[in-house]
Design a protein around this ligand. Structure first.
Ligand code: ARG
Length: 399
């Protein structure tokens, strides 16, 4: 019986060439699945047709934008997820969602093999394969670019040989991955760490140094989720989309970093994630106002671990699920409003209010109305510092 391969299809050169190649090499029928996670660019119907023109027996396009926003970006926001304190996990978030739809397509069409276009050097191969394993441990995986050591020239030659309907001249000199949460730009001249990014590579953000009027808005959160902007109700998708535009227009959310990949390589990465960065800044500040001190301190460690698990492709892991139960509880009172000023590439909180606020003016004030009994502080410090004094005395004795 001919096997069926479900291919994660982007419409680009590599995954297009993979269609006839897999069909031949594996003697299989290929089912192409393209998932819309807000990457923009080409019309997905054009992409669907291209897969058929390349020889796929079925071609599906899944509009997963709302699902991506609600079930993948929102958990990342609640976890203030920034890998290495900077990268908001753009690509790492979309892979498990794509995996989910690939597995669903495999079930629907009787696929036994799943295929993706990743090379052997990146994180995305791990995310695909560990994710597939977690959802459908019996599916086999094949990655033609990696497993058959394909080069770009190979792919172009193959493409021309078979006269596949792909424009090979338009390929970007960079490796790009984009979705609603942001965009990753790699390779090309950026591989020299000393080379500064050029303005051309950015599409989500305007030049932060260009002169322009600042922008300001108010984000309303309920339990850690943005539900309104300037008083207008928004869905998670709308919140991110709108923040991408407003923060992006101010040049917010550009990153240029050297990153530790799971496979051990250090790589140069340029990102732009205006909505993600602006929302995380706002969300973090609302947590500062509403989250009890020890819960907040502990959550920072949970947040970091959550981000590392997701970066490492462990979206469907038990630990990540358990951490999310903690995060869910932590967000109970993260409700209120944040006023955010955006300008010159920065997003800065300049106002916050919440019914769940733990900020107490009468405790904090240095003016009239102070209710904080300062005479308690002396005794508190006496006991709080007791272990330090004891240790210091011991150290002096034994020195
Ligand atoms: N280094 C980032 C990550 O691992 C971005 C990956 C971008 N993917 C790509 N196929 N260009 O999350």
């Amino acid at each position: 019986m001919t096997e069926r391969v479900v291919l994660a299809y982007s419409g680009g050169l590599d995954t297009s060439v993979a269609i006839p190649y897999l069909a031949e090499k594996m003697n299989a029928e290929v089912i192409a699945v393209a998932v819309d996670v807000g990457q923009g660019g080409e019309d997905l119907n054009v992409i669907r047709q291209r897969a058929l023109d390349c020889g796929a027996i079925e071609s599906e396009v899944v509009d997963a934008r709302n699902e991506f926003a609600a079930d993948y970006c929102m958990p990342a926001l609640r976890a203030n997820a920034l890998y290495m304190d900077r990268y908001p996990l753009v690509s790492a978030l979309s892979r498990p969602l794509i995996v989910k739809h690939l597995v669903a397509a495999a079930k629907k069409h009787g696929g036994t093999i799943v295929s993706h276009g990743c090379t052997g050097k990146g994180n995305d191969q791990v995310r695909f394969e560990v994710g597939i394993g977690a959802l459908a441990p019996d599916l086999k995986v094949i990655a033609p670019a990696r497993d058959f050591a394909w080069t770009r020239d190979n792919a172009i030659a193959y493409c021309e040989e078979r006269s596949l309907p792909i424009d090979v001249t338009h390929k970007s000199p960079y490796s790009l991955d984009a979705n609603l949460w942001g965009k990753a730009i790699e390779t090309g001249f950026l591989e020299d760490l000393w080379n500064a990014p050029i303005e051309d590579i950015y599409t989500y953000t305007a030049d932060p140094t260009a002169p322009r009027e600042p922008d300001e808005l108010v984000i309303t959160f309920e339990a850690g989720i943005p539900v309104a902007i300037d008083g207008e109700k928004v869905t998670p998708f709308q919140a991110i989309d709108l923040m991408n535009r407003r923060a992006g227009a101010q040049g917010v959310g550009r990153l240029d970093m050297v990153e530790d990949r799971l496979v051990g390589i250090k790589s140069r990465e340029v990102y732009e994630a205006p909505g993600a960065i602006a929302l995380i800044i706002a969300h973090q500040e609302l947590e500062n106002v509403t989250t009890e001190r020890d819960l907040a301190r502990f959550k920072r460690g949970v947040d970091q671990r959550w981000g590392e698990l997701v970066y490492d492709g462990l979206w469907f892991s038990p630990l990540k699920r358990a951490l999310e139960a903690f995060i869910e509880e932590s967000q109970r009172h993260v409700s209120g409003e944040i006023r955010l000023a955006m300008h010159g590439g920065r997003a800065v909180v300049n106002g916050r209010r919440s019914e769940a606020s733990l900020y107490d003016f009468s405790l904090a004030t240095y003016d009239q109305g102070d209710q904080f009994d300062q005479s308690n502080a002396k005794g508190f410090i006496e006991l709080f510092g007791l272990p330090s004094r004891q240790a210091a005395r011991r150290d002096a004795e034994l020195a």
